[in-house]
Design a protein around this ligand. Structure first.
Ligand code: FMN
Length: 245
């Protein structure tokens, strides 16, 4: 069986809205009968922050000097996985801080920086050490905003520089928490079905078509309807706050 490894980077662990979508996508992958999956909550891992010594680049050939935390065993899982999925909420137009701490510790997977200029062809800035071209990397990130086509740009640019354009699959999921909180099971099931379909497509082709990517980015609510909903929600919350005084 091929391996899917999911890193759930939401601080809400099992209650993560993003994870709901990720599970639908994984269900689609698994339907092929070719994959088994392991889910790991980032918060369950003991991860020390990178000390910035850069030994992994030049002195220890891809080995981090920090050995007494969960990164060595988790990195081995990442290297073994056929599909590695990072699942997390968008925080301030980027990844949550805990995910950044994890990402920094993956520096040992990158080639040494020797003063080379930025690649002009969209390739990875450093290049991946010991690349495994058949390994797939998928990022699934949900958020509150509506404009998924623009607000994920800073995050995607970061992955373009790290992995290279086209070397990863990015699935942005706008307005998700509200959809989950409303508990309209019919609407949720209908919405999640497109992620399951995407998983089936990914298992078949090893990538998503542009059409599918654009379809996944479509928010569940209209912009005006969502605005009214949020206005009402926060007005009610403010009133509850006053009542507490
Ligand atoms: C600290 C913080 C920063 C956030 N920043 C953004 C943001 O920049 N854009 C956005 O659309 N949503 C933002 N959100 C909302 C979350 O991305 C959104 O609620 C997400 O769907 C939660 O996913 P989860 O349930 O998997 O944790 C932020 C939430 C928090 C707590």
């Amino acid at each position: 069986m091929k391996k899917i490894l999911v890193l759930n980077g939401s601080p809400k662990n099992e209650n993560s809205s993003t994870l709901t979508v990720t599970k639908a996508f994984v269900d689609g992958l698994i339907e092929s009968g070719e994959y088994e999956v392991e889910y790991v909550n980032l918060s369950s891992l003991n991860i020390k922050p990178c000390t910035g010594c850069l030994s992994c680049w030049g002195r220890t050939a891809g080995e981090c000097v920090i050995k007494n935390d969960d990164i060595p065993s988790f990195k081995a899982k990442v290297e073994e996985a056929d599909i590695f999925i990072e699942s997390y909420p968008l925080f301030f137009f980027g990844m949550p801080g805990t995910m950044k701490v994890f990402t920094d510790r993956m520096l040992s997977m990158m080639n040494t920086y020797r003063g080379q200029g930025a690649p002009e062809d969209g390739k990875s800035f450093h290049g991946i050490r010991n690349p495994k071209p058949e390994r797939r990397f998928v990022i699934i990130s949900s958020c509150a905003y509506t404009e998924a086509s623009t607000i994920y740009e800073p995050l995607k640019m970061q992955y373009d520089y790290i992995c290279g354009k086209g070397e990863y699959t990015f699935i942005g999921v706008p307005q998700l928490k509200t959809l989950i909180d409303l508990k309209n099971e019919k609407k949720i099931t209908r919405y999640l079905s497109k992620f399951k379909e995407a998983g089936i497509e990914f298992a078949k082709n090893g990538k998503l078509s542009k059409e599918t990517e654009d379809n996944l980015l479509k928010p569940p609510f209209t912009e005006s309807g969502y605005k009214v909903f949020l206005d009402n929600f926060w007005t009610e919350e403010e009133e509850k706050g006053k009542n507490l005084k």
